[in-house]
Design a binder for this molecule. Structure first.
Ligand SMILES: Nc1ncnc2c1ncn2[C@@H]1O[C@H](COP(=O)(O)OP(=O)(O)O)[C@@H](O)[C@H]1O
Ligand SMILES: [Mg+2]
Length: 238
């Protein structure tokens, strides 16, 4: 199966060269576990390889994410300038719309931005999509609506041949009964193990599912350095 490099050398080795091309991968984990950084690696590498990319942000400020990328030597600004990477910030768009429509006395509900509409119109020209963090959709909708929206987005992206990374915080993932794990091609979980005696934490990357890809090593120890995520060692699952 054709794959796209993840931007993390050690991870490519674990999944036969990278994320399966044209498929959706879900990354979940607690706050600070490295989800956004994994997304930045993938975008940076894909842009370097000449691919056209979209980053959809739902919670963080674009500026903060770009600064984070720069500090990890994964600067995305040159690719934005070249028109290779587009960033759509749902959160900032909403705030701006609230500011403008409030003058006319309209409420918050009138300004709900539609990710599906945006991706439907954009994704046919795009190779790589990263959505950080899709978990906010779980808060805005009931379970059925959320499942429908998530699968719609996933299907639109797959039909357009996009290789997509869905980042979802662990709380939303559990809140939605881990439903999204069934709807994607691949599922990776970042696990933080705390040792209260030593005060140190260990971080594991668990490749729970990757269809059509043999994954002999399911759990790998990793750390986050000034260069981003680095796989330290893998452990055979059996
Ligand atoms: N330069 C760095 N050196 C070491 N660790 C870093 C560095 N930059 C970020 N980190 C670690 O990465 C974490 C943030 O990762 P991030 O991908 O933003 O988490 P999240 O899973 O919440 O998206 C921080 O909590 C910090 O521990
Ligand atoms: Mg994040």
């Amino acid at each position: 199966m054709e794959s796209l490099p993840t931007g993390v050398e050690g991870l490519d080795l674990l999944v036969e060269g990278g994320y399966p091309k044209g498929k959706s991968i879900l990354v979940t984990g607690p706050p600070g576990s490295g989800k956004t950084i994994l997304g930045l690696h993938f975008l940076h590498r894909s842009c370097q390889d000449g691919r056209k990319c979209i980053l959809v942000l739902t919670r963080e400020l674009t500026e903060d994410v770009l600064n984070q990328a720069r500090s990890l030597k994964l600067d995305l600004c040159p690719f934005i300038e070249k028109g290779q990477l587009s960033i759509r910030n749902i959160f900032e768009d909403k705030i701006n719309k609230i500011k403008s429509v409030s003058k006319f006395g309209k409420g918050l509900c009138a300004v709900d931005t539609d990710i599906i509409e945006y991706l439907s119109s954009m994704s046919s020209e795009v190779d790589v999509v990263v959505i950080d963090n899709i978990g906010v959709m779980a808060i805005h909708h009931d379970m059925r609506e959320f499942a429908d929206e998530f699968s719609s987005i996933s299907i639109i992206l797959m039909k357009n041949g996009c290789t997509s990374l869905f980042i979802m915080d662990e709380d939303s993932y559990n809140l939605t009964h881990r439903l999204t794990g069934y709807m994607v091609f691949g599922l990776m979980r970042l696990i933080t193990q705390e040792n209260f005696n030593s005060g140190k934490t260990k971080q594991y990357l668990y490749i729970e599912k990757m269809r059509n890809t043999p994954v002999p090593i399911k759990y790998s120890l990793f750390d986050i350095t000034s260069q981003g995520v680095r796989i330290i060692s893998g452990m055979k699952s059996q």
